[in-house]
Design a protein around this ligand. Sequence first.
Ligand code: C5P
Length: 220
Amino acid sequence: DKILSGKHLLITAGPTREPLDPVRYISNHSSGKMGFAIADMAVKAGADVTLIAGPVNLPTPDGCKRIDVTTADEMLVACEQAVSQCDIFVATAAVADYKAVQVAENKIKKIGDELTLTFVKNPDILATIATRTDKPFCVGFAAESQDVELYARGKLKNKKLDMIAANDITADGLGFNSDNNALHVIWDDGDKHLPATTKPKLAEALLLLIANRFNSKNIV
Ligand code: C5P
């Protein structure tokens, strides 16, 4: 009856926060709502759910195991610790692309009219998980402002994903930090447009596509 009975899902959600010094950080406005909605709906669909959350202001969905992290490095470690028991990995987190090359030990002082900081690339959590020999079924998100399908297909291939959910961040009232979204879900031999609706309803529709695709890939 339940479409995800017996399946273990690992989900990342929210932003990451990268410290600059003991009092400051860089981050982004990701609310975590999409990932938390997917976690909630996956539990309701019968799945065992581990939710790795960056700093967000959201209650833990009933029945899921939540692990709170701050930085991209911490999120990667938490994912690597949980992934071997997982069948499906859904990466919704808006991971910061860069972190400070060195976190200042003391508060950076206000000296001079300009400040230059050097950043280094963060690990790509999804791409790292998707290259493991024991890789789960991997689902990514692609928030794009132009050539949405083209960039999404590029990420599907380059990150070795099983499925990608693309959204156009220029659409009014949808996506980032909003309660509603629309998705164009793409896999290697098919795609489906999920029209604008609430994030919980969208999560339900996305999980149905994931379950169908997972099952057809895993038929022996
Ligand atoms: O390359 P881009 O950041 O657009 O890819 C987005 C997808 O990759 C999302 O699923 C996001 O959660 C994941 N990602 C990640 N680690 C990163 C960057 C992105 O897991 N450092």
